[in-house]
Design a protein around this ligand. Sequence first.
Ligand code: PLP
Length: 399
Amino acid sequence: MTGPPPRERPPGPSDADVPRETMLPYGRQDIRDEDVAAVVEALLSDWLTTGPRVPEFEAAFAKAVGARHAVAVSSGTAALHAALAAAGVGPGDDVIVSGLTFAASSNAVLYVGARPIFADVEPDTLLIEAADVEAKLTPRTRAIVAVDYAGQPCDWDALSAIAARRALVLVDDACHAIGGELHGRPVGTLADLNCFSFHPVKQITTGEGGMITTADDGKARAMRAFRNHGFTTDHREREQKGTVSSDMVALGFNYRLTDFQAALGSSQLARLPEIIRRRRELAALYDQGLATLGFVEPLVTRPGRAHARHLYVVRFDTKALGRTRDEILTDLRARKIGANVHYRPPYLHPYYRERFGTHEGLCPVAEKAAGCIVTLPLFPQMTERDVDSVVAAIRQIAP
Ligand SMILES: *Cc1c(COP(=O)(O)O)cnc(C)c1O
C-alpha cells in the first residue's frame, strides 16, 4: 500500500493533523493567581525560611495522604537521602532498587554508603517485580526502594510480605505518585517511609522541594534533625522556647524547604484532587486515541490501583515500525511534540559502570523497555486538541 494510512475520521478545519505551531512540552507547572498571592504573602512576612508555613504545609500534606507525619525537605532526592539515613541504612548494607527509575533513587543509596542492587520490572507496568526482588535478596539486604512508576502504585502487599519476612525497611519512591491509591490506601501510607518530589514537572510543585511521610515517630524526629544539620531544634523552635542553643546529635545536612516554597506547596496542594482528575481525563483521551494503532501500546494499570498519572508512557513496536526509539523521538520532536524518555536504567550510566562495574543484562526487562518507551506530554492545562495533535503525530510516524 502506498500513501498515508487511512484516516479514522474525516479531515476538517479543526482536525489535529494540521502541524502544531508551538512545542508541546512533556510536563509543565500549573501556577495560578492564588499561588502567586500565597508566595508574595510569605515573602512579605517575617519568615523566609524555618517559619510557620513549613509546619502548615507538612500538616496539610499529612492530612491529604492520611499519614501520621510529613517532613518537608528541599528536594525529592533529599527526601530519599533522609529516609535511608533515618532507616539506619549505611556502609555494608545492600538496598534493592527498581531497575527502571531516575538515578536519584539509587544515588541516595550511595549517599548513605550502601550498595544498590537492581531488581527487574514487570514488562507491562514497568513496576518492580516482587519475584525478582526476592531473587536479588542477599544476607546484607536492609531495605527496598520501589518506585510507583508513572504514578501507579507498586504491589506493596507483595513487597510488605517480603519485608516482613526479612525485617527490611520499605521505602516508597513516590515522586511520581502523589494522589495514587492501592486498594483504597493512599500513596504516602504504603511503605515505612514515603518520598515525594515537588519539582515543576510533578503533580504539585514548590520549584524544588520534597516530603517524606511516615507513621514512625522516631524516624520523623530523626529526619527533622537530618534536614537541619543534625540539630534537635530549629531557629523558630528555639525562639519559641526562649533557648539559645541546640544539640547537634547526628551529622545532618541543610535540606530545609523555605517558607515561600511551603506557601506555594500548600496553595498547590489545595488543588491536588482537581489536578489528578484532569490528568486522568487526559490519560483516558490518550487511551482512546491510541487504541486503534497497532504499533504503540500504553502501559497497563492493574486492578485495585488508582493511578496518579504523572507520566503517560507508551511502548513502541520498534521492530514493526523498522525504526529505533530515538528515531521515533526525533520524529515526534520535529512535529513539535516534546516527547521524552523515563528512564535509562541507572546502572547503565557511565558513573555506575565505571565505579561499580555494572553492565547490560542485570535487568533484561528494564533494558528492553528502555529501548522502546516514550513519555508523551501530560499536564493539566493541556487541551483535548493537544492530545489529538500528539495522537495525529504518532499516526504519521507509521510506515
Ligand atoms: C523527580 C524524581 C526524583 C527526585 O526528585 P527531585 O525533587 O528532582 O530531587 C526521584 N525519583 C523519581 C522517580 C523522580 O521522578
